[in-house]
Design a protein around this ligand. Structure first.
Ligand SMILES: [Fe+2]
Length: 297
């Protein structure tokens, strides 16, 4: 079982056809019936979404827009210190609104002229092959809800702040978006679930949690770090290892904690040469060879 499943609140269809998101008892919004009703309504938008049509508008409260404005402001300050120059330039280029949550339709409308990417709504966990596969088509599955207002700087699940501030800013870069597409092509090419999981782990340790030498210091380009108020202050103190596809593809990770093992590229060119090249050429056999060469345990 791939562990990313526990990352998302499960979404179920009730007997009457309505959609219910199961928040765990420890979720900050668990005891808030108004928030839970909104989560159900937002999940229903994604379940009912027809590809190729405009993305339905999610209703957010003024309080939720304030959460976005606060987190957006705080992260922006940190990005100038901790994000790669490529990511910062892409952020400038995309020009996301700072004071309100953008609709996913709007995010795609901003991105498409830059790199061809569009967003599509996801209610919760998307099967790996679909999530990664459609990256090859320039499509990015995204949750649409925002974290509970009581904990603006924390979310147990990937919310619209992670999906848009973390990923859309990266997807506005020609070079990062090309890497996302190559990951998608790799996911489409491989056949075994073992090879697919390997491809997704390499993505996890790069486009989600990647760091690189940039401006003579360690900076982040991974969406998971750049959208996390806490993690962005911690990554330089983590266990930083050299970029190695075989090791990344076989390293276990726990999504419920801060990511404590990170892999450093020496430059964007290095990332493209090693990881881009891997995704561009890998298949089931080459991945089986990489798995065989890594000492297990
Ligand atoms: Fe992500």
């Amino acid at each position: 079982m791939f562990e990313e499943a526990q990352y998302f609140a499960p979404v179920a269809t009730r007997d009457d056809g309505t959609i219910e998101v199961h928040l765990g008892a420890g979720h900050p919004g668990f005891a808030d019936p108004v928030y839970r009703a909104r989560r159900n309504a937002i999940a229903a938008l994604a379940v009912g979404y027809v590809p190729g049509t405009p993305i339905p508008t999610a209703e957010y409260t003024a309080q939720e827009h304030e959460v976005w404005a606060l987190v957006s402001r705080e992260l922006s300050l940190k990005h100038h210190k901790y994000a790669t120059v490529e990511y910062l330039a892409a952020t400038e280029r995309l020009g996301l609104p700072a004071e309100r949550i953008p609709q996913l339709q709007e995010v795609g409308d901003l991105l498409e002229p830059l790199t061809g990417f569009r967003y599509i709504p996801a209610a919760g966990l998307v099967p790996l092959r679909d999530f990664y596969g459609v990256l090859a088509d320039g499509l990015f599955h995204s949750t649409q809800y925002i974290r509970h207002h009581s904990t603006p700087l924390y979310t147990p699940e990937p919310d619209v702040i992670h999906e848009v501030i973390g990923h859309a800013n990266a997807l506005a870069s020609d070079r990062y978006s090309r890497l996302y597409r190559l990951a998608g092509e790799a996911a489409r090419r491989v056949e075994s679930s073992e090879a697919l999981e390997f491809v997704s782990k390499v993505f996890w340790f790069t486009m989600e949690f990647g760091v690189m030498t940039d401006q003579g210091e360690l900076r982040a380009y991974g969406a998971g770090i750049l959208s996390s108020y806490g993690e962005i202050e911690e990554f330089r103190g983590m266990d930083i290892r050299p970029l190695d596809v075989a090791v990344m593809g076989t390293t276990h990770y726990d999504i419920t904690k801060y990511q404590d093992v990170l892999f450093r590229a020496e430059s964007l060119k290095h990332l493209e040469d090693v990881v881009g090249e891997f995704w561009a050429t890998c298949d089931d056999e080459s991945i089986a060879r990489l798995i065989a060469e890594v000492p297990q345990g």
